[in-house]
Ligand binder design. Structure first.
Ligand code: CAA
Length: 389
């Protein structure tokens, strides 16, 4: 398991952040006149993260880095990349705001990447190749997003918000990534967000079909090239716009698998989907939330091969594999993440609709701020302001 240069590169640390409020999807179902089982079973969601006016991609990304910053040797850091499709500026990178907020040095390189939900993976592989060229350096990759479709839309149940931060290095503590991914891209219109719009435009049913088509392309190509079958993976992990989407893709992978393999991979899929079921779609961060969820819930997986499917509408698909490292559990923050999810405040429909409606409109007006962490504190002279509680 190594790069072409023979160096082992991958994920050394993983941190996350989700907003402090959530909506129970059964409340959403009742308010929209939908059978709750459609959302809990048909879509596969339980709770949806709802961002406050002060939670944006910068504050959430900075909070995700803060989760792992004490474990990082900042002197080795060479690059900070942010993947997002919820950009806060048409020109300036969100990574520069984040770099300043968390106190990273000015000598590092820093930029933002966009290709819908694929942006986090694009960042991860850019980081991989940077580290291959500079093995003494590390890279921080942040995936941060707010998924918004609109009140009363079919996509509403698949909203969410949050961020994942990953440190990429040689000889990583958590996951060695193999540099032999399979890619597939095409110019299609399944989901996009035109300039000036705060909600995504989506052809929902078509998007789910393209997701499955792209998965089939890259998974079959990878397995064919490396003479692998589903039984050779400890887990298959997915970008999860909603958890049922990943289960449908897993079923594609399992079409010709034996019963025991199917049972094992479905059980592991449920472990990987636990966080997503409780926060919703994190767009660029979604696949990496699945990875954290699986690593933080599965039995000891050291030495095992896993497969990961990244999908970004528009569209781009990538299937890649990795090897879980010995003692990886010591480098995760499983208990803290459980508390982060458990300690959230449940909001009702009125509060959810108020927060959704004011999310962008409240930039200058709202004065309520969180009790801890980084937050967006308004706009002054067309410049976004951030603070730390
Ligand atoms: N009990 C149990 N299940 C029920 C039910 C009930 N009472 N009522 C309906 N269901 C089931 C349906 O049978 C269906 O299951 P299958 O998909 O297995 O057939 C499921 O619930 C969903 O029902 P519908 O197809 O009628 O759902 P919908 O028309 O309301 O839309 C959606 C679903 C298209 C996913 C919509 O939520 C949407 O547009 N979401 C946003 C787009 C999206 O997430 N696309 C994913 C691929 S694109 C991507 O991955 C990039 C990204 O992050 C956006």
């Amino acid at each position: 398991m190594s790069s072409n240069t023979g160096v082992r590169i991958g994920i050394d640390r993983m941190g996350m952040f989700v907003p402090g409020q959530y909506l129970d999807v059964e409340d959403l179902a009742r308010a929209r006149g939908v059978e709750p089982a459609k959302f809990t079973k048909g879509i596969g969601q339980s709770r949806m993260s709802v961002p406050q006016h002060y939670d944006d991609i910068v504050s959430m990304g900075a909070n995700a880095i803060a989760d792992i910053l004490p474990d990082i040797d900042v002197n080795r850091l060479g690059l900070l990349i942010v993947g997002t499709e919820s950009g806060i500026d048409q020109s300036k990178s969100s990574s520069l705001f984040i770099k300043h907020l968390v106190g990273l040095p000015n000598r590092i390189e820093s930029f933002e990447i966009k290709e819908a939900c694929f942006g986090g993976t694009a960042g991860l592989f850019a980081a991989y190749h940077y580290v291959a060229a500079h093995p003494d350096k590390t890279v921080l990759v942040v995936a941060s997003d707010v998924a918004r479709y609109g009140l009363g839309t079919a996509g509403e149940i698949t909203q969410g918000a949050g961020a994942v931060a990953m440190l990429i290095s040689v000889n990583p503590s958590i996951l060695v990534i193999n540099d032999d991914a399979e890619d597939y891209s095409d110019d299609i219109n399944d989901f996009w967000r035109p300039n000036g719009m705060t909600e995504a435009v989506v052809d929902g049913k078509y998007s789910t079909q393209v997701y499955l088509d792209f998965f089939r392309h890259v998974f079959d190509a990878y397995c064919g090239k490396h003479a692998l079958a589903p039984r050779d993976f400890a887990a298959l992990l997915f970008h999860l716009p909603f958890t049922k989407m990943g289960m449908k893709a897993l079923n594609v992978a399992l079409e010709n698998a034996d019963v025991e393999t199917g049972k094992r991979l479905r059980e592991n899929f449920e472990l990987s989907a636990s966080y997503a079921r409780n926060v919703g779609n994190l767009y660029t961060a979604s696949l990496y939330l699945s990875l954290m969820s699986w690593l933080e819930h599965a039995d000891d997986a050291a030495g095992q091969r896993i497969g990961l499917f990244s999908y970004g509408s528009g569209a781009m698909g990538k299937f890649f594999t990795g090897c879980v490292q010995p003692n990886y559990r010591q480098h995760l923050h499983a208990l803290a993440h459980e508390h982060m999810l458990m300690d959230r405040e449940r909001i009702d429909m009125d509060e959810y609709e108020r927060m959704f409606t004011h999310y962008h409109a409240a930039e200058d007006a709202e004065t309520k701020y969180p009790e801890s962490g980084f937050y967006f504190s308004g706009v002054q002279g067309a410049i976004r302001q951030y603070s730390r509680a």
